[in-house]
Design a protein around this ligand. Structure first.
Ligand SMILES: [Fe+2]
Ligand SMILES: [Fe+2]
Length: 282
């Protein structure tokens, strides 16, 4: 994985096609290519790498993987309302592939804890953006009973929160952190492969979400709504990398390659530019 693969020109499908055509193309792509099996990735070298890893990095990896497992599991468990608010068979068909894929990502990290880290995840890695997902899902479910305009508002906010921020900023910063700290040094080839497969799936998820937001942002009231939500969530996003790394009561140093705040801020600006089409300063 290189650090510049979050290139969004390739990520966002064409705005010339209809949303239903794009959704159907992505659905078909998921059927044909999204067939990797989390149970089949070879983790034997990862186990050896973990056994000989520096103690400080061991603590960091456990904390880092807990963050991913918590996040993948939470987005999988909460995703149904996003499918239900899809406004056609084509859109719901594509979104249903995303639901399965989030569970596959969860399965991969569950397996990683069991077979490589040899322990349970730690109880808390703070992620304030994820904590708000429950409330978001409830709002979206409630919107199913409302008129078309209110459903659209709920969908715009839901897509901003989930695809625009969690997947488009937080998860993508995480892939780059893994590469910088471990992958670029040839460590943990199984985890690197898992991230490569997850990234392919996420390309479809983020691509569809950002394209929807780009279209919605043509309406000034939606553009305002999207910008307001990004701004409201920025301090919450930053808490993910500002927290101390505590595992089993012991604090571990953050490796210098992480540069979480820097990565998150860059992707945050990038996503706003993708959606709103202008450079923004934060
Ligand atoms: Fe995922
Ligand atoms: Fe995803």
């Amino acid at each position: 994985m290189s650090e510049n693969q979050n290139n969004v020109e390739e990520l966002i499908p064409s705005v010339d096609k209809s949303t239903d055509e794009v959704a159907w193309d992505l659905y078909r792509k998921a059927i044909r290519f999204g067939t990797w099996d989390p149970a089949k990735i070879d983790l034997s070298q990862d186990k050896k790498d973990f056994e000989t890893l520096d103690e400080d990095l061991k603590g960091y990896l456990i904390h880092f993987c807990t963050g991913f497992l918590d996040a993948e599991e939470n987005v999988a468990l909460k995703f149904c309302p996003w499918i239900m608010l899809g406004s056609s068979t084509e859109q719901q068909a594509f979104l249903s592939t995303q639901l399965l894929e989030e569970f596959k990502h969860t399965e991969f990290f569950m397996r990683y804890f069991k077979e490589v880290l040899g322990r349970e995840r730690i109880p808390t890695v703070k992620n304030a953006v994820q904590e708000k997902l429950d409330e978001r899902a409830k709002k979206m479910l409630a919107a199913l009973e409302l008129d078309e305009e209110e459903r659209e508002e709920a969908l715009v906010e839901g897509l901003t929160h989930y695809q625009g921020i969690i997947e488009g900023v937080q998860a993508m910063s995480g892939y780059d952190v893994f590469h910088a700290v471990f992958g670029s040094k040839g460590l943990f080839p199984g985890l690197a492969e898992g991230y490569a497969r997850i990234k392919e799936d996420e390309g479809r998820h983020v691509g569809f979400g950002l394209r929807m937001l780009k279209l919605f942002a043509r309406k000034p009231e939606h553009a305002k709504r999207i910008r307001a939500l990004y701004d409201e969530y920025l301090p919450l996003i930053l808490t993910r990398y500002d927290q101390p790394i505590i595992v089993d009561g012991r604090e571990y140093p953050t490796p210098p390659e992480v540069r979480g705040r820097d990565r998150v801020t860059k992707l945050f600006e990038r996503r706003l530019k993708d959606i709103l089409g202008v450079s923004v300063s934060i």
